[in-house]
Write a protein that binds this ligand. Structure first.
Ligand code: ZN
Length: 119
């Protein structure tokens, strides 16, 4: 893979044509609309696996504590019926939240809660 730095916050990475062909097959599936989205998701999962700087400390019905050793902080992710929120990033979509939503325990809690609100 060759890489070129750009000043707009993006880097151009070249992949073999056979990868591009396989990536293109996923466009329009699983909510992906572009090559860039698919590659971003793939790399994000890869980095999480090989650079696990986030870990779940504990969780209760109102939220999840995620330790971030890069920031040396604990993100107190709040899960409410209105949505999910990270006070460290002041955001509802950040790496702490994406990490939170990858934990099977948390997915189960959210699913249970959604069932309760349906009743
Ligand atoms: Zn965050």
């Amino acid at each position: 893979m060759a890489e070129k730095e750009r000043k707009d916050g993006y880097s151009t990475i070249r992949v073999p044509q056979e990868f591009a062909t396989e990536i293109d097959k996923l466009i329009g599936k699983h909510g992906f609309t572009s090559r860039a989205e698919i590659v971003k998701e793939a790399v994000r999962q890869f980095l999480q696996k090989y650079d696990p700087h986030l870990s779940m400390i504990n969780h209760n019905n109102n939220g999840v504590k995620i330790r971030d050793i890069k920031l040396n902080q604990v993100a107190d992710i709040q899960i409410t019926p209105k949505g999910i929120y990270c006070p460290v990033c002041d955001a509802s979509n950040c790496e702490h939240i994406r990490f939170t939503l990858m934990q099977s325990d948390i997915i189960n809690i959210i699913k249970k809660r959604e069932k309760k609100t349906e009743i």
